[in-house]
Design a protein around this ligand. Structure first.
Ligand code: PLP
Length: 443
């Protein structure tokens, strides 16, 4: 590989070796709370929580203390030993997970969590196939990129055998010619049942889905959809795996997003918000029923760093901070009273806004050239000049001191859950102003 000679916004040439040669990253010098800054002192409100993981904000004192204290007593221990920090975090997570999701298998992140959840499903059911949504992202290793339905899968194909994709509900761009959300929900469930039937229900180990679809558009499931998928899985003897890598740990104002719809999956995968990413950590929460399959045989999937104490310690602190500060209620209130009304106002003011949607502190603004036809501001999977309008929107946000996440024709807003009302209002004003850039392309 050639040395990467790309440069950052200051023209500083990178001398590191990197396979990500096409990227032009900002060099981040420091961060605190909901803000980060560069070496020139430019400060940005982190409206994406980095990659939707820094839920408790940057350098939270309780998380820092937890890491330091843990380091002073035990920095690392193999997964074949028990360890108080790991055990305590597992117990705290299981106590907050729904139903009989009582066992926790730790990984180093979300991608691995999905790999393991699927492996557990296959081994415990003795079946080989997994159904996942086209509009999904489940991670970047060979297995998880195959589970992913969106175009990030394409350059990695052919992937692993046995993964079949389906369409989930997305009323704004319905694949089912549905007239409203309820019909979209019914038809999406009918479609999934057809996929089960055509694949041979006895071959399907699991349905894997993001409880709220994240990087593919913040698609909040219509009421009844998750329960409908649960019922289909029960009817055909398949397991339901909910990927909560992005939405678990408070993102939509619930410990786990499934709680908003009172649905209990067989496995939940998590990462990111579990400890705000201060040290890499992820995992699978496993129901007693699935765990029973491994009672008298070892699950073949040990990881050297599984449940790393330096990662679990800030996980424990995270749960304590949530409960001591009433953070779930804060997220629900900011979502309801600040985000939703501000975004509705933007939708009314900007001809480029096709739809705004989300819940808690997890939102997307979908940008279009034409509200009537819903033609996206940039074509699906646009690159280069075609993607320019979205780059201009991002540039305008950055110039206004906010750093959201732009994906295809959408601006995603997922600030740290500890953001104050004042910070959020300021940030939303900057996004509102930046959307004027998109309006210039809209009819
Ligand atoms: N699943 C979802 C829904 C995600 O959003 C992501 C990452 O953004 C992943 C899995 C992969 O997680 P990680 O990057 O921690 O491996």
């Amino acid at each position: 590989m050639e040395p990467d000679t790309s440069s950052d916004a200051r023209g500083q040439v990178f001398r590191c070796w990197s396979a990500q040669g096409g990227s032009r990253p900002l060099t981040v010098a420091g961060a605190q709370g909901s803000w980060f800054w560069d070496h020139d002192g430019n400060r940005y409100l982190d409206l994406a929580s980095q990659l939707v993981n820094v839920n408790l904000g940057h350098r939270h004192p309780r998380l820092l203390a937890a890491v330091t204290e843990q380091a002073a007593s035990l920095c690392t221990v193999g997964p074949h030993f028990s360890n108080d920090t790991r055990d305590r975090l597992a117990r705290l997570i299981a106590e907050r997970a729904p139903g009989d999701l009582d066992r926790v298998f730790f990984t180093n992140g979300g991608t691995e969590a999905n790999e393991h959840a699927v492996r557990m499903a296959k081994l415990s059911t003795g079946r080989s196939k997994v159904l996942t949504a086209y509009r999904s992202y489940h991670g970047a290793t060979s297995g998880s990129i195959t589970l992913t339905g969106d175009p990030r899968r394409w350059p990695n194909e052919p992937g692993l055998p046995g993964v079949v994709h389906f369409f989930g509900p997305y009323a704004y761009r319905t694949a089912f010619h549905a007239r409203d959300e309820q019909q979209e929900c019914e038809r999406a469930l009918g479609h999934l049942e057809e996929v089960f039937r055509m694949e041979g229900p006895h071959t399907v180990a699991a349905v894997l889905l993001e409880t709220v679809v994240g990087t593919n558009g913040v698609l909040v499931p219509p009421d009844g959809y998750l329960q409908g998928v649960r019922d289909l899985c029960d009817r055909y003897g398949a397991l339901l795996i909910c990927d909560e890598v992005m939405v678990g740990f408070g993102r939509i104002g619930e410990w786990f997003a499934v709680d908003a719809w009172h649905v209990t999956p067989d496995l939940i995968t998590f990462a990111k918000g579990v400890n705000s990413g201060y040290v890499p950590l992820g995992g699978v929460i496993v129901s007693e029923r699935v765990a029973a399959a491994f009672e008298d045989r070892v699950y073949p999937g040990g990881l050297t760093y599984s449940g790393h104490p330096l990662a679990c310690a800030p996980g424990i602190a995270t749960i304590e901070v949530f409960e001591e500060t009433g953070l779930l209620a804060h997220v629900r209130r900011l979502g309801r009273e600040v985000m939703a009304p501000a975004l509705e106002k933007m939708a009314a003011r900007h001809p480029s806004v096709g739809e705004v949607r989300g819940r808690g502190l997890f939102w997307a603004i979908e940008l279009v050239r034409d509200r009537e036809t819903r033609e996206p501001l940039v074509p699906f999977n646009a690159a280069g000049a075609e993607a320019r309008p979205m780059a201009e929107v991002m540039d305008a946000c950055v110039a206004g001191g906010v750093w959201p996440m732009c994906q295809m024709n959408r601006v995603h807003l997922a600030p740290p859950l500890v953001i104050t009302e004042e910070e959020l209002r300021r940030g939303l004003e900057a996004v509102d102003a930046a959307l004027d850039t998109a309006d210039a392309y809209a009819t």
